[in-house]
Design a protein around this ligand. Structure first.
Ligand code: 5IU
Length: 258
């Protein structure tokens, strides 16, 4: 069963290169924490990554909220990712026809394909979006949205099922799913990325719903856990990152011990 297999064994079952790498990073660094750096200045982001880089397996960015985005910034972020051994996920949530998504991935001011190890995408437009992303690079990956954490989102069980069926045709491209529940997929070579996690609050003012580490990892099968404001907005993000890392890893070890 996927949820009880350790990450190092799942690395061997991964068909996507990024998934394999991410499983191995988690096993080596003993962390399944993904930091969502939803900050609007490059120095804020780089300073934070200096402090918490050793505690995370993945950083999740939103390039389009950064006010002074530049190639120099992505070069520096890449240097940090090499130094601390974490990967970069651009949470772009592509949702257009394949032709446009390919341009959005390769071109524009952000040139996402040049620095992101993986990206997020909606399945809504159909498989052209996967065909386009697959054709647009090597050694990259996609986390496909199968569920969302926000209340009242319009994703249905049928949509989720069709999403997984669609993705099964692109095993070399798919790193995993962004989802909330372990029944979403069965393949142990894929990664369940779960956002909407906090130790303190249960929701924000705009529909975000938070669950505890225990719930998302032990009950719901989350593999890589996304934490944003729980760390970024804390008085000491570094201390908080260590607390999240330790708590999340404890839940994972409990889960794999049955
Ligand atoms: N995010 C979600 N829920 C989702 C998806 C993505 O929260 O279902 I798909 C993103 C949004 C934000 C981060 O970048 O994950 C969560 O940040 P907070 O931990 O600050 O709520």
């Amino acid at each position: 069963k996927r949820v009880v297999l350790p990450y190092e064994q799942r690395a061997e079952l991964a068909k996507n290169a990024v998934a394999k790498q991410l499983f191995n990073i988690m096993a080596t660094k003993k962390t399944n924490l993904c930091l969502s750096v939803d900050l609007t200045s490059t120095t804020q982001i780089l300073d934070l990554l200096e402090k918490v880089g050793e505690h995370i397996c993945l950083v999740k960015t939103h390039a389009d909220i950064i006010e002074d985005f530049s190639n120099d910034f992505t070069t520096r972020m890449k240097q940090l990712s090499n130094r601390f051994n974490f990967l970069i996920l651009e949470d772009r949530k592509y949702a257009d026809i394949g032709h446009i998504v390919s341009l959005q991935y390769l071109k524009g001011v952000h040139r996402i394909s040049q620095w992101a190890d993986c990206v997020t995408a909606h399945s809504l437009p159909g498989e052209g979006i996967l065909k386009a992303l697959f054709a647009s690079g090597d050694n990259h990956g996609v986390f496909l949205l199968a569920e969302m954490s926000s209340e009242g989102n319009l994703i249905t069980p049928e949509y989720k099922l069709s999403t997984v069926t669609m993705a099964s045709k692109y095993p070399e491209l798919i790193t995993g799913y962004v989802c909330q529940n372990k029944d979403t997929f069965t393949d142990p070579g894929l990664i369940q990325l779960t956002p909407g996690v906090q130790l303190e609050s249960s929701r924000d003012d705009f529909g975000q719903v938070y669950n505890t580490p225990e719930k998302v990892i032990i009950e719901n099968g989350g593999d890589v856990i996304v934490v944003g404001r729980g760390i970024v907005a804390a008085k000491s993000p570094e201390t908080q990152a260590v607390l999240y890392k330790d708590t999340l890893w404890k839940c994972y070890t409990k889960r794999i011990s049955g």
